[in-house]
Design a protein around this ligand. Structure first.
Ligand code: G3D
Ligand code: MG
Length: 187
């Protein structure tokens, strides 16, 4: 049995109010908190998670999730934010079709342009968030955006109910580490 230690930088991008901060908080704190203040500047959230594989090797991950929070407008700040990212969540709000159009028209292009070398290797997972509400966009349109933009996986989430939030982060950790058969020991 061996033990390995990993550190991952994961970033989360997408339109204002798509649910980026709520998703991170749900994952890190295990709860949907409605009354935090809209974040100014960029915030770092840290979560430690232990995984094991089929033959009981252990993998300890320290995951830093960066929340861009209000700095979307400034190219130089986005570059800092993108630097060294090993995985990217791009978030669309199912109740606003435009938030998905912007994923294709702006966010993924921007990451590829300003993300430096990491932009070539970091997996991109698209989160179709607010799955608890009535959608304004069809699944096939979302699939099209994913296929045209090199998105590795689409996951429907709700930061409000917690639906698929942990699953999304586990999928990201597996993809970033290349350890496809690990399972969390506790979450
Ligand atoms: P952002 O960080 O991408 O800007 P926030 O987005 O996480 O601040 O979320 C924006 C608003 O959407 C918040 O509402 C938040 O509670 C809500 N929200 C986020 N995720 C979900 C979800 O999955 N379902 C529902 N129903 N609402 C969600 P307020 O009212 O505080 O602005
Ligand atoms: Mg936010």
């Amino acid at each position: 049995m061996t033990t390995q230690i990993y550190k991952l930088k994961i970033i989360i991008i997408g339109e204002y109010a798509a649910g980026k901060t709520s998703l991170i908080k749900n994952f890190v704190e295990g709860a949907y908190t409605k009354d935090y203040r809209p974040t100014i500047g960029s915030n770092l959230f840290i979560k430690k998670l232990a995984f094991k594989d089929k033959i009981d090797n252990e993998y300890f991950f320290t995951i830093t999730v960066w929340d861009i929070a209000g700095q979307e407008k400034w190219t130089s700040l986005r570059q800092t934010y993108y630097r060294g990212a090993q995985g990217v969540f791009v978030v669309g709000d199912l109740t606003r079709k435009n938030s998905f159009e912007q994923i294709e028209n702006f966010w993924i292009k921007d990451f590829k342009e300003f993300g430096g070398t990491c932009a070539k290797s970091a997996p991109i997972i698209l989160l179709a968030n607010k799955n608890d509400l009535t959608p304004e966009i069809k699944e096939e349109q979302i699939r099209g955006i994913a296929e045209r933009n090199g998105v590795f996986k689409v996951i429907y989430t709700s930061a409000k109910t917690g639906y698929h939030v942990n699953e999304a982060f586990i999928a990201m950790i597996r993809s970033c580490s290349g350890l496809e058969d690990i399972t969390p020991i506790s979450i």
